[in-house]
Ligand binder design. Sequence first.
Ligand SMILES: *Cc1c(COP(=O)(O)O)cnc(C)c1O
Length: 474
Amino acid sequence: MQYVSTRGGVPAATYTEIILQGLAKDGGLFVPVQYPQVSKETLKSWRGLNYAQLATAVTALFAKDMNRSTIAHLCESTYTSETYDHGREGTDFSKIVPLVWLDKEVGILELSNGPTLAFKDMAMQYLGALFECVLSKRQEKLNILGATSGDTGSAAEYAMRGREGIKVFMLSPKGRMSDFQRAQMYSLLDGNIFNIAVEGSFDDAQDIVKAVSADLEFKTKYSIGTVNSINWARIAAQVVYYFSGWLQAAENEDEEVAFSVPSGNFGDVLAGWIAKQMGLPIRQLIVATNENDVLYEFFKTGRYKVRDSAHTYVTSSPSMDISKASNFERYVYDICGKDPERVCELWNELKTKGEFLLDGPEWERVKASGVCSARSTHEERIERIRKSWYEHQFLVDPHTADGLNAAYKMKIDGVKTICLETALPAKFGKTIVEAVGFEPPVPNGYEGISEKPQKVVDMPANVQLVKEFIEQNT
Ligand SMILES: *Cc1c(COP(=O)(O)O)cnc(C)c1O
């Protein structure tokens, strides 16, 4: 299995060659030349597998240059019920991603029982194990540099803590994260984790990461890498839970189900698109957005128009507050018949005009692709959290509430619709209190988290200072 760039400008490479890279050198994203195919017989044979075995089977299709036994070892050590157990009442943690039904045809796939209580752990935990393994084989080291407004940074730190050959330098906007998010990240005292609180906004922190990464000499000398959501190994690891969700929902190999996905950078829903291309019987993929509705607009009109910061709103489902959707390029590549020249043309248009429009046969293909979208507002989100609690006794977080709203808006009669749970309510106490009037339960291991000692360095938003800090600590 070979990987190429959506912009067509780099030589084909293998899985282990691309996983430590972010963007391809031509500015595109890595994609497999073709998607591996899974037959109905294979699907049937996967019914008896536990999650780690299923992850091994799916990953082996993408990582053709790794030994099956190595993949199995990585997956067995990653997907354990100890790691994915926070004591939620009534949950069968042995399933890793248990599916619970709210009513006859709408279910929730619990993806948020990992160490940081959000679905990003599902792929990031595997990435940590994979990086450690690949780096030790090559006798290399990696310094991960990132900026976070909350979720990604903590998922990365919990995945990389204590790993051989890896250090994490995570920039966060000082004083702009919730107490819970701060406590979650800064209370990691591992020697290979460095929290840097930058005096500025998330964008200032992000700009520093870009500036450091653009200094190729520094980047090479200090082996700087990233773990953002365009990383192919993360996407491939997310494909696994669509298979698991389908296996738990479908009664036979011909049954099609639908998925509703709270979306930001389009990574999570892209994994569903890939599962569908591999042959998983998916009737529709619903892209759930909040008031930041770039993707909603595209799936309604064919117009992809990125937003500026004045038009990117702060909402009560903050992890979906995006101005553009990085992984969207991979979907558009498929829609354009995997034509890199067309992708270059569209992304040039995006750069000069801030938008592009798909019409004609391309728009027809979008409509026929089985991907659609629905948006929800703060009021609808609050109402859904309330309803889900009082009618179904299931407490959802604000992002999952957007997913549920989209599921109910787009649902096809007779088709089971699975909403992906992207975080636990415990992370968003304020909104939960607004909806139901009580604080969400504190998951096991998180009692008294804000009283724990914290490790963080404050720093002005200055590229040179960040570089010096990395030099001193590697
Ligand atoms: C990251 C995140 C999302 C968005 O996922 P994408 O893969 O970027 O589309 C949604 N909800 C939560 C809670 C997240 O942390």
